[in-house]
Design a protein around this ligand. Structure first.
Ligand code: ARG
Length: 253
């Protein structure tokens, strides 16, 4: 009896670890797709009071509607989002992840919903170009492409990691660092919202395509998402959302 119990526990444990991503058919049967995001990356994904909103949140909701599904949002720290796919905590992640080779080893990306890049933000006119980061301390959010990019800039004195992009920005605002590297549209919004804060944007360090991600190999779900996203771009739905947040079209041309 005792042995049986041990075995049963072992089986249950294995089942909990070897979880299978929900294929499209299963999601359709349940009627609801579980979406994961961060909620701390305005204007892409953020909380307005208790309401999760932002460019990619609205795009996701429009795409899901076209897929004939309902949605349920889960929000966690940026770092936990892609690993949560493998643990089947959500079906799809949309949180401004750029398509990279490294991430593509672990997840399957959909088509991009915007094109952007990393930009240097500082409070000093002499810190504007990649070469100006020589000997400087730079703030970035942990786990981002900004971290990877800044690490590659020769001569950077120190790269300081923060759990959120906002914390990295605050480090610059309180002059604990010389520069902050973030998304160009995040920076644009920041400058527009707080023109007197003393932030100035410098050069872009790199460009990237930003997409949502599903569990590695969950191609049926990715295909259905891509079809609906294409439709939402073609019929102007995404363009409208883009104008609302950025006063320009941020989709990839
Ligand atoms: N685009 C960058 C990357 O791919 C930053 C994403 C940050 N996203 C967020 N939800 N904070 O790493």
């Amino acid at each position: 009896m005792k042995m049986f119990k041990t075995l049963a526990t072992a089986v249950a444990l294995c089942a909990a670890v070897v979880v299978q991503a929900r294929p499209l058919e299963e999601i359709q049967k349940s009627g609801t797709i579980i979406l994961g995001s961060e909620g701390q990356y305005a204007p892409f994904n953020f909380f307005k009071g208790k309401q999760l909103t932002g460019y990619e949140i609205e795009v996701a909701e429009a795409v899901v509607k076209k897929m004939g599904l309902k949605y349920e949002w889960k929000t966690v720290g940026f770092d936990a989002l892609l690993t949560g796919l493998a643990q089947d905590r959500w079906d799809l992640v949309i949180a401004s992840h750029a398509i990279t080779d490294e991430r593509s080893k672990a997840v399957t990306f959909t088509l991009p919903h915007y094109c952007s890049g990393g930009i240097i933000v500082s409070m000093k006119p002499e810190v504007a170009k990649a070469a100006d980061l020589n000997g400087k301390v730079v703030a970035v959010q942990t786990g981002t492409t900004y971290l990877d990019a800044v690490k590659k800039v020769p001569g950077v004195k120190d790269v300081k990691n923060f759990p959120t992009d906002e914390a990295a920005r605050n480090a610059l605002a309180s002059k604990r660092v010389d520069a902050w590297v973030t998304d160009r549209f995040v920076a644009k919004e920041m400058l527009a919202k707080a023109p007197k804060a003393g932030f100035r944007t410098g050069d872009m360090l790199f460009v990237e395509q930003v997409a949502s991600a599903v569990s590695k190999g969950n191609q049926g779900l990715a295909d259905a998402w891509n079809k609906a996203l294409k439709e939402a771009i073609a019929d102007g739905t995404v363009g409208k959302i883009s104008q609302k947040y950025f006063q320009e079209d941020v989709t990839c041309k």
